[in-house]
Design a protein around this ligand. Sequence first.
Ligand code: AMP
Ligand code: MG
Length: 279
Amino acid sequence: MSYAHRLDGDHRIKLEDFDPGEDAGLKREQAEKKTTQIIEELIELQELLYATRRQSVLIILQGRDTSGKDGTIRHVAGPLNSQGCTVTSFKVPTEEELAHDFLWRVHAQTPRAGDIKIFNRSHYEDVLVVRVHKLVPKEVWRSRYAHINAFERSLADSSTIILKFYLHISKQEQKDRLIEREKDSTKSWKLSVGDWKEREYWDDYTAAYEDALNECTSRRRPWFIVPADKKWFRNLAIAEAFRDALMPFRKRWLEELEEAGREKRKAIEEYRRTRKQAE
Ligand code: AMP
Ligand code: MG
C-alpha cells in the first residue's frame, strides 16, 4: 500500500476529496521507524544510480506556504550523498529570467545522468502564482500546461525519473504553522506578511492546483498528493514513493555494475600480463 496518492490522470480529482490529516492509522514513532528504514534503502539506491549514470531523478516539491517543502528536503534528501543530490529553489523570476520563456531557467537546472535534483517550487509556479495573481494573460498560462507536458515528456525520454509531490495541508494547519513561526525566533527568517496575504487567495490556489495536477500527470511523470498536516506522515509518504520509483531499477543497476567491474578487471589483468612480458 502506498501512503501518497498517485495520480495517473485517468480521471479528474478534486483536492477536497483528499484528507490532509491522513496518517493511515500509524503512530508517530512507527512512521519514523519506517521512514528511517526506507531512507537506508534510498541511500543504497542513490549509490547505484550515481555509479551507473543511466538514469537521473527529478523530484518536484510544490505546496502552499508552510506546507513543508523545506522540511521534506531536510528529512528525506538530507541523508543522501550531496555529491549526487542537489536542491534548486525557484523564487520570483529575475529580470533576466523574465526576458526568456518560462522554462528557460528550469531546463538549466535539470539533473545530469546519475544525479538527483530536487526542485523547491518549479515551473508549476508559472501556472499557480502567475495565474492567481494574473501576472500574464489567461491565454498565456493556459497554453503552459501543454508546454509543461512536452517539456517533462522530453526529460522522461532522456531517462529522467520524474516525481512530483503536492504537499496537501489544511487551511487550519497553515494558520497554526504561520502563528507558530511568529513565536519561534529561529524561524523569523521565514516570516512574511506575504504568506498571510496569499492565504486570502486560498480558493484560487485550490483551483489552480487542481488544474495543474489534472492537466499534467501521467504514469511516467506522476503527481502525488501527499497528506501533509502531520509532518512525520508526509516524510514517510514521500520517502516511500521515492524508494518505490527507484527500486525497479535496482537489479539492472547491480547487473550493470557487475558487468562493468568484470570488464575493468579484465583490462587490469591484460595490462599486468603485457607488463610482465616486457620485463
Ligand atoms: P519561498 O519559497 O518562500 O522562498 O518564496 C518564493 C516565492 O517566489 C514564492 O512566493 C513564489 O510564489 C514566488 N515565485 C516562484 N516562482 C515564481 C514565478 N515563476 N513567478 C512569480 N513568482 C514566483
Ligand atoms: Mg515562503
